[in-house]
Design a protein around this ligand. Sequence first.
Ligand code: ASP
Length: 445
Amino acid sequence: MGNKVVKFGGSSLADAEQFRKVANIIKSDNKRRYVVPSAPGKRFPDDIKITDMLYKCCELAGSGVDFSEEFEIIRNRYNEIIANLGLDMDLEEDFDRIVRELKARPARDYSASRGEYLNGKVLAKYLGFNFVDASEVIIFDTKGTLLLDETLKAVRSKLKNLENAVIPGFYGRTTEGVIKTFSRGGSDVTGSIIANAVRADIYENWTDVSGFLVADPRIVENPDVINVITYRELRELAYMGASVLHEDAIFPVRSAGIPINIRNTNRPEDDGTMIVSDDYDFSKESLKHTITGIAGRKGFSTINIEKAMMNSETGFGMKVLKVLYDNGLSFEHMPSGIDTMSITVDSAKLEPVREKVLSGIRREVKPDNIEIEDGIALLAIVGRRMKNTRGTVARIFASMAHARINVKMIDQGSSELNVIIGVSESDLAEAIRRIYDMFINSEKQ
Ligand code: ASP
């Protein structure tokens, strides 16, 4: 029998009703043997996540302030879940230990990790599964870097003889035994590691959306769900701000060739999004648009440099980039013409070194003109099929021209996996809508 690793996010485990949905999902497929839960998340938009409340308790404890009122809310949330599920268990000993520990040694990671720890215990009891404390198997070095090989070994030896297990997400311990968490949203990473360790058939990541959307739903009304996306495409879109999954959750499964399936706990009948390697059998895919997704990000600046005969001046680009390097500034794109070069950088990173960069470039290459334009947005149009489709860039330009949007920059990656265009920040939303119309709506007709 194969196995599936299933991770459930905070909103999937926010109350007893959500726990029931989760149990139904797990019990409907006996391959779903290893379960990674987050801490209870928001039940409604203004609700507060357990993780945030635990950070708050730690902060208060650290300043020597009484946190019993805040902790009571946490206690009540778990007790409510336990009571509503009719479970014969209590977490009183754990609650007391956490309070004692926070008073003695208020450590942020320890405090936050207890959300997953407690939720894991409740879920294991409800499912009748084994509980494996993540601190036994997820191992960090003393600086807080994950020790992947040690971790995989520990997970394998622990799960080897277990038919099933609930392993809380988000935390582990250092080689010195100190509790350590991943960054926020890190239960995704735990799930990915467990999937690698048990050589899962698939890593299912259950959340509250039916997968990755082609475009941001705050910009495009009711956008399509992406059925299948490759890891490489996902990286391009995630870099431009599209997020559903923790960035570090990709590597452990990708390196083991395990696909990720993003699913919706509230709509288990939806297929969700499959995240796969380039060698996947794409014939199974139902929707086949030229592009896979669109994402955009504001907050860029371009440094425009002009100099007559620039292209015959050996080392011109190198000298300019050396100035950026000396100022610790990385660049996003660098399209150039015969006498011009423009470099797109993150505005927030440019700000503190702006004058030094300007004077450095003036000194090094003596340009005829140099200026910085702020307020640029970058938009990534991503799709593995663009490579074999003619006219994609023409269609992008046509849609921008119809909308009277000025394209300030264009860059097509050498892999032909994406086209990046730069527009004014004020044009970004409209640009995304137009491209969606051009490539998704019109291809449906
Ligand atoms: N509970 C943690 C957070 O809120 C980790 C997670 O949910 O993945 O960030």
